[in-house]
Design a protein around this ligand. Structure first.
Ligand SMILES: [Zn+2]
Length: 217
């Protein structure tokens, strides 16, 4: 049993491509080195994609348990687990906030990683409340693909109907990193989804189409 006072909530947030999952895994691995039992959970959002691992771009993998609701996390956390990681936290509903609180009061260290904003730049799901109740908040940035400054927002690059069948009204296209790029506040266009007729353009072509601002720079 761990010390009750190890119980706390940490949030790692930021835009897409900001390294949230890498940071989550770095913390979990440190806990493993310290011989603390960890468990990792991830929401089931799309059955077509691998849900049994938290996977990041550098191909590091930690086994994770897919869950459909936040309550399931409570049910599946084992007594001797000291650290609970939750990836893609933005996809849970606000029950996740209560679940994180309960675990922290029991002495569990809870690390949540997720998008703080959706592609419109609006607070995403339970993230605002999680950020409020957390002891520790880390906000990561990516690199703006238009101007090169630090990026805090996720720009959706395609509109209309996606190959996945998602529409422009969905907050995030699941498993579709190719349809987004990181942008700063000033290059982010929340209301104009940069729209292309055929959808699947290489990123370099997409970027060439946007830099009207750069001509005067
Ligand atoms: Zn920018």
């Amino acid at each position: 049993m761990g010390n009750l006072h190890n119980g706390q909530v940490e949030v790692v947030c930021g835009s897409m491509f900001s390294g949230k999952t890498e940071e989550l895994m770095r913390r979990l691995k440190r806990a493993q080195y310290a011989k603390q039992k960890i468990q990792v959970f991830k929401p089931v959002i799309d059955q077509r994609y691998s849900t049994d691992h938290v996977q990041s771009h550098d191909a590091n993998r930690i086994l994770s348990t897919p869950v459909t609701t936040a309550i399931e996390i409570l049910e599946k956390v084992e007594d001797n687990t000291r650290v609970v990681g939750i990836d893609e936290a933005q996809f849970f509903d606000e029950t996740l906030v209560d679940v994180a609180q309960k675990l922290a009061y029991r002495g569990t260290r809870v690390i949540c990683a997720g998008l703080d904003m959706d592609f419109r730049g609006q607070p995403f799901g339970p993230m605002p409340k999680l950020l409020a109740i957390a002891e520790q908040v880390t906000k990561l940035s990516a690199v703006c693909m238009v101007c090169g400054e630090p990026a805090t927002r996720s720009q959706r690059l395609v509109g209309e109907v996606e190959p996945s069948g998602a529409t422009t009204e969905d907050q995030v296209l699941v498993g579709a990193h190719d349809y987004y790029e990181a942008r700063c506040r000033f290059c982010h266009e929340p209301n104009t989804i940069t729209s292309f007729q055929t959808g699947l353009f290489p990123k370099s072509k997409l970027i060439q189409k946007t830099p009207e601002k750069n001509e005067t720079a």
